[in-house]
Design a binder for this molecule. Structure first.
Ligand SMILES: Cc1cc2nc3c(=O)[nH]c(=O)nc-3n(C[C@H](O)[C@H](O)[C@H](O)COP(=O)(O)O)c2cc1C
Length: 177
């Protein structure tokens, strides 16, 4: 399987990245190919809502979304990786998702598998309620097939995350695909 990870943390060596690295190691051990796109450091602008694309067609903004589009439409699975920011995904990852607009139908037709990797400082049981509601709704709307989530409660720093069970959970998610 070809897997694309949309890495939505601006910290290249932070907690989100620990989960991404472990997921990639697991997926590669299971002989999948994985491409990690560091979306926070790509040239991606917010959707302007002009709808010149008609929800399926060229976007007037010629930026790195074309690279992301090509990778996603040639893949079998997308992984959303994000730190929890004010109980949702990072703005950088949301910016990418909003730009799905110009290949909305193509993405829907691909019926990609999907997964979510996320970390938060908070460890209350409701920590990921809003993010999970959003993720599940996206899966339903874009016709993805969810393969699982790693919700890293109490992963506020790199050392907290390394001490937790979540890196192993991310490895296992990739390994068991
Ligand atoms: C702007 C910002 C907003 C955050 N919002 C939340 C939040 O709503 N709930 C929470 O538990 N942690 C929140 N955090 C903490 C991060 O989710 C947590 O530290 C995470 O490990 C950061 O991941 P990273 O190392 O990949 O950057 C926030 C951090 C930042 C910088």
């Amino acid at each position: 399987m070809k897997i694309v990870v949309l890495m939505g943390s601006p910290n290249k060596n932070g907690s989100t990245n620990i989960l991404v690295e472990q997921f990639v190691a697991g997926a590669k051990a299971a002989k999948h190919s994985v491409e990690v796109l560091d979306v926070c450091h790509m040239n991606i602008h917010p959707c302007t809502g002009c709808v010149r694309c008609g929800y399926e067609g060229p976007c007037v903004q010629k930026d790195d979304m074309y690279t992301i589009r090509q990778s996603l439409l040639n893949s079998d699975m997308v992984v959303f990786a994000t730190p929890l920011y004010y109980y949702g995904m990072s703005a950088q990852l949301k910016t990418v998702i909003d730009r799905f607009c110009f290949f909305n139908s193509s993405l829907n037709t691909r019926h990609l598998k999907s997964a979510l990797l996320t970390v938060a400082w908070n460890a209350d049981d409701w920590t990921f309620d809003a993010l999970m509601a959003h993720y599940k709704t996206l899966v339903r709307y874009i016709n993805f097939e969810d393969q699982g989530q790693v919700l890293g409660y109490g992963c506020g720093t790199v050392s907290m995350t390394r001490r937790s069970s979540y890196p192993q959970a991310a490895y296992d998610l990739g390994r068991n695909l």
